[in-house]
Design a protein around this ligand. Structure first.
Ligand code: BES
Ligand code: ZN
Length: 892
């Protein structure tokens, strides 16, 4: 799943460590960030933690076995928000250096421990006693609240990636420093304590329960995890003997059945696919009520948002069920890709995120074919990667990271969706067998150790005989992606001669100043070979020509199966052939998607007339595939939303929406409102999409029906199908309904729907006050209330003003400017508007309101948002007259 999809929780934007030009005057130049010195490295940690549920503080003691590598009079280690009470160093000869003094740097979050003598290379043991606080920021060793039988209860959990292990124990908190861990948790009697490894021993000391865990494999600090609380669980052994448990807070374990199934299946599937057994006897999957991300791959103790792990057959939508399968599959792929083999530094974050993302689809594709997951890949990964990467303010997949405290924003659609798509392209290019062989070599060679991107390319080259680095570095080191223009040079009865030209595709149609070039794997299909490429080649130059065996009258599709991370722009005649193949549905679905998505993007960039995409939609009316409709719908919405800014009474938008509802009402008639027995999930998704769009575009019969369904739900608890829930809630709330609920996905739909209330009714003020100021909505879910208002002009105005006047409150709730959740809120609050004035406001607003570090962190996100707003302005300018003319012709 991609960061942009409604089921995901990433930041959408990326950060920067260089010059921040956000504030017009006095640009910030950031100092180089301090890394750990290389004169000592940890080999083993012994950690003992004693959390106190009454004060929400914990007592800690850590003993770190260190290899001193160079003679030194100082030792450095990370720590944050810990109060240190004693430091002792034990030398190899047994001598103890007690009561060591230290200084602390807020900036690098490091302790510098002064040594009274110069310590020469040897094995030493560093012991630190300290206290810490269980915070509410969903990072470090934090607390999370839930209600049980009406009572407020707490659990403790951890989130250490990327730089929060240092908030729980002093450590060498960089991914290169792998060590083994012995963890002991001292907890109140009756509480369950969990950590990465299985329990080795349990004992009692007064009212305390002492739980000692086995030694972990050698691993990076960001993968350590603890959880303490009243939990219940389901368990099952996988066929290969790994014990999988699904933990929840009390009363929810029955919702873990599906997760247990996916967990046991996938852990064995990966062990086979990677050819390496899982490294521990157990793996727990635990749902945490407050969780900043979707999930986290702590080795042996994987943590999840409740919505990403729990499944209710009655209440979970088709999309959400697939999301649960994907998230589990993603995290368990990390047990190899990330945990066993870890990137040397965060620059290569994509090595774990891009591959876990690709593996999640591979697993679900093979094991849950009914989910048709590769169709969803197109919208959720490919299209979302395209969207961010088409901005001039994108960044390369391999992105230099200086200060890891600011890297949350790199967990974006480039690191996830583009990396994932580029991996898929490579897998198709090499063939799955060679791809798998290369990955196996890589995992085997670097297990319990660290690697860089080039290491992976070497392994894949060894396996395939292809120079993978030469092929791929353009895709991972350059930002952006190409659009390949294809036109006919000549033809005879059997052959077609074509010319190809590549250049970077930029969202607003402007030219690439960097003159980027890619090695583009071109594949071709045609009427006589619709499902398999009948020819492949790599376009390495700017332009080339090629003769292909395509007979007169046949259609030709470039980028067969939409497996490449590039767009295609066809000349008029070639496109005409394809349009016929769309109308008569002989073009396969993946290609119909690719063509639709490319056409809308080209139209948005002003490279294809709007009339052409609208008539394309008309020729797609026979389309029955959700994934194709999803991309068509997004294209339509972009036009409709932008038109809202054309005239003050929204007349053009209303005409356009009427045109849209006339088209879509027919499609909904065909699909029907009633769910057929054993219906394909894709049909149900399509129904939800159509109802949602028709209601939002003002189609009265659909609105009436949705309202009736909502009323029946409120009055007599009549079920609403999960896939229709958001559409129905939205329709009802736009006209004034309300309802309380209990299941996370239902709550989220309700939050989004509440945001859809009429912005001029005064109810948005109430909603935002209730959710934010009164703190009635969990911080992890707050961004959902921004989603609804972002779709209308008045709503956009409201949220941007709200965002501005509540900046410090929001920063506090999300834990700072580098928080992915905060950045998502900022994006939602500003991005969909459409005026130069607004772009300027976003550019200057933050100046003087946040410190230099935060400003630098937000530099690229702000640039991305303002670029997006300005693209909307440009799009409106050329699209509105074209839409107007087209609608007149059509009688609207
Ligand atoms: N390692 C990440 C979680 C993470 C992200 C930690 C950002 C710190 C900062 C985890 O493996 C992940 O990618 N989770 C995804 C879900 C997944 C299906 C892509 C998420 O949280 O959305
Ligand atoms: Zn991940």
């Amino acid at each position: 799943m991609s960061p942009f999809s409604s089921t995901r929780f990433h930041s959408i934007a990326t950060g920067s460590f260089a010059m921040a030009s956000t504030c017009p005057a006095g640009s910030i130049v950031k100092e180089k960030y301090e890394r750990l010195p290389d004169y000592a490295a940890p080999t083993h940690y012994k950690i003992r933690l004693e959390p106190d549920f009454s004060s929400f503080t914990f007592k800690g003691c850590v003993e770190i076995d260190l290899d001193v590598l160079k003679a030194t009079k100082v030792l450095k280690a990370h720590a944050k928000d810990l109060s240190i009470s004693g430091i002792t160093l034990k030398l190899a000869n047994g001598q103890e250096l007690p009561n060591l003094q230290h200084t602390y740097s807020e900036k690098s979050t490091m302790l510098a421990i002064d040594l009274p003598i110069e310590v020469t290379p040897q094995k030493v043991q560093l012991k630190i006693d300290y206290m810490g606080v269980h915070n509410d920021k969903m990072q470090g060793f934090y607390r999370s609240k839930y209600l049980h039988e009406g009572q407020e209860k707490w659990i403790l959990a951890t989130q250490f990636e990327s730089t929060y292990a240092r908030e729980a124990f002093p450590c060498f908190d960089e991914p290169m420093y792998k060590a083994t861990y012995d963890v002991t948790l001292v907890v109140d009697d009756g509480l369950t304590a969990l950590s990465n490894a299985p329990v080795r021993a349990e004992s009692k000391e007064g009212k305390k329960h002492i739980v000692t865990f086995d030694t972990t494999p050698k691993m990076s600090s960001y993968l350590v995890a603890f959880a303490v609380g009243h939990f219940e669980y389901l368990e099952q052994k996988s066929s290969k003997g790994t014990l999988i448990r699904v933990y929840t807070v009390p009363g929810k374990k029955h919702l873990g059945e599906f997760a247990l199934e996916v967990g046991t299946k996938s852990i064995d599937w990966y062990a086979d696919w990677f050819g390496i057994p899982y490294s521990m006897p157990k793996c727990d999957l635990i749902a945490i009520p407050d969780f900043s991300m979707g999930a986290m791959e702590n080795w042996g103790l994987v943590t999840f948002r409740e919505i990403a792990l729990l499944f209710d057959a009655e209440k979970t939508s088709t999309k959400q069920k697939a999301y649960v399968a994907l998230v589990i599959a993603h995290e368990l792929a990390h047990l190899w890709f990330g945990d066993l083999v870890t990137m040397k530094w965060w620059t290569d974050l994509w090595l774990k995120e891009g591959f876990a993302s690709f593996m999640e689809y591979l697993f679900v594709g093979y094991n849950y074919p009914e989910m048709k997951i590769w169709l969803h890949f197109l919208n959720d990964e490919l299209a979302s990667g395209f969207e961010l990467d088409a901005l001039k303010n994108s960044h390369p997949i391999e992105v230099p990271i200086d200060n890891p405290n600011e890297l949350d924003e790199i967990y974006d659609s480039i690191t996830y969706a583009k990396s994932n798509s580029v991996n898929r392209m490579l897998c198709f290019y090499l063939g799955e067998e060679s791809f798998q062989k290369g990955l196996r070599i890589y995992l085997q060679r670097f297990q319990f150790s660290n690697a860089e991107t080039n290491d992976l390319w070497k392994c894949l080259s060894e396996a395939s005989g292809v120079d993978v680095m030469a092929l791929m570095s353009g895709w991972t080191k350059q930002m952006g992606f190409p659009v390949v223009a294809v036109s006919k040079v000549s033809e005879d009865d059997k052959n077609l001669k074509l010319s190809f030209t590549q250049k970077r595709f930029i969202a607003d149609g402007s030219e690439d100043s960097a003159d980027s070039l890619w090695k583009v794997p071109l594949t071709f299909s045609s009427t006589s070979s619709p499902d398999q490429p009948f020819h492949r080649t790599v376009l390495s130059e700017r332009s080339s020509e090629q003769s292909l065996a395509v007979a007169k009258g046949e259609w030709l599709k470039v980028n067969q199966g939409t497996t490449g991370f590039y767009r295609v722009k066809y000349s008029g005649e070639l496109l005409e052939g394809l349009l016929k193949a769309v109308a008569n549905q002989t073009l396969p679905v993946l290609d119909r998607f690719g063509l639709s998505n490319d056409l809308f993007a080209l139209a948005n960039a002003g490279q294809v007339p709007i009339s052409q995409v609208l008539s394309f939609v008309e020729s797609s009316l026979k389309e029955n595939e959700y994934s194709v409709w999803r991309t068509l719908d997004l294209g339509i919405v972009r036009i409709s939303d932008t038109l809202a800014y054309f005239d003050s009474d929204g007349a053009l938008k209303k005409r356009f929406d009427r045109y849209v509802t006339d088209l879509l009402a027919g499609v909904l008639d065909r699909v029907g409102w009633e769910v057929a027995e054993k219906e394909d999930g894709q049909v149900s998704l399509l129904r939800g999409l159509l109802v949602g769009r028709l209601c939002k575009s003002g189609h009265q019969p659909s609105i009436n029906k949705a309202q009736a369904m909502f009323n029946a739900y409120i009055e007599s608890n009549q079920k609403i199908h999960a896939d229709l829930r958001l559409a129905v809630f939205g329709a009802a709330i736009r006209s004034g309904g309300d309802k309380k609920c209990g299941f996370p996905e239902v709550e989220r739909a309700a939050l989004i729907a509440l945001g859809l209330t009429d912005p001029t009714s005064g109810r948005l003020e109430k909603l935002f006050d209730y959710a934010v100021a009164q703190g009635k909505v969990r911080s992890q879910d707050l961004m959902q209330i921004f989603v609804g208002p972002a779709v209308s002009r008045d709503g956009q105005k409201f949220i941007w003003n709200f965002f501005k006047s509540n900046l410090s409150l929001l920063l506090d709730k999300f834990g700072g400017a580098n928080s992915g959740l905060f950045q998502r809120c900022m994006k939602l609050s500003a991005q969909e508007s459409c005026s130069e004035e607004m772009a300027k406001d976003v550019e200057t607003f933050f100046c003087g309101k946040i410190d230099a570090t935060a400003l630098a962190t937000l530099d690229r996100p702000i640039k991305q948002v303002t670029e997006h707003i300005r693209n909307n302005v440009k799009f409106l300018a050329f699209a509105a007259p074209q839409v107007d003319e087209y609608l007149k012709k059509k009688g609207y």
